[in-house]
Design a protein around this ligand. Structure first.
Ligand code: ZN
Length: 187
């Protein structure tokens, strides 16, 4: 009996081991036991990672080539709004047969365990400074309020940055003419 159960990303390759040219394809969905990522955004535990992988028997071992899809959650680094987005990433890694040379990844007990490869591919592609949208203006450093709201935009509305600039300009014009209101200009 094995001491450790094969992980959820471990695939049996017994039927293609040492048979160069043979290949197998697998599609698996794996719910995460723990979250992946330590930054502002992460793939939460319990969410499914979708993996499509081709395992190819080559002279040195098993070549794994695949696509991974996951969904991450977290907060915008500028305005702290909750965000969620998909991440898709490709990977390729050789799992060598155990031998005299030390390898990062090896075929063990006729299995390849893709977990580290898949996790690294996902975690490295998570945005280091995630934003809710590219033009997110963030929070006012003095008041801590959303700058969007200050400039008069309706919250939740996706505002074209060019209109935002116009609106700000209009508001400034009003301020200069001594009016405190923010009625739209009819010019
Ligand atoms: Zn934001």
């Amino acid at each position: 009996m094995r001491n450790s159960r094969p992980g959820p990303f471990s695939l049996n390759v017994r039927d293609i081991v040492r048979r160069p040219g043979e290949m197998r394809e697998h599609s698996i969905d794996v719910p995460l036991a723990e979250k992946w990522g330590e930054g502002l955004v992460a793939v939460p535990s319990g969410s499914a990672v979708e993996l499509d992988v081709r395992l190819e028997s080559v002279h040195e071992g098993i070549l794994a080539t695949g696509d991974v899809h996951a969904d991450y959650e977290g907060i915008c680094g500028r305005c702290l709004t909750e965000i969620a987005a998909p991440v898709d990433v490709e990977f390729q890694e050789l799992f060598a047969y155990p031998g005299e040379e030390a390898n990062d990844f090896e075929v063990q007990d006729d299995h390849v365990d893709l977990e580290t490869v898949v996790r690294d591919a996902i975690v490295l592609s998570l945005p280091f400074q995630p934003v809710c949208r590219p033009e997110c203006p963030g929070l006012d450093p003095e008041t801590g309020e959303l700058l969007d709201e200050q400039s008069g935009a309706t919250s939740g509305e996706a505002l074209d940055p060019r209109w935002a600039a116009l609106e700000k300009f209009a508001a400034e014009q009003n301020d200069e003419s001594g009016e405190s209101g923010r009625t739209p200009q009819n010019s």
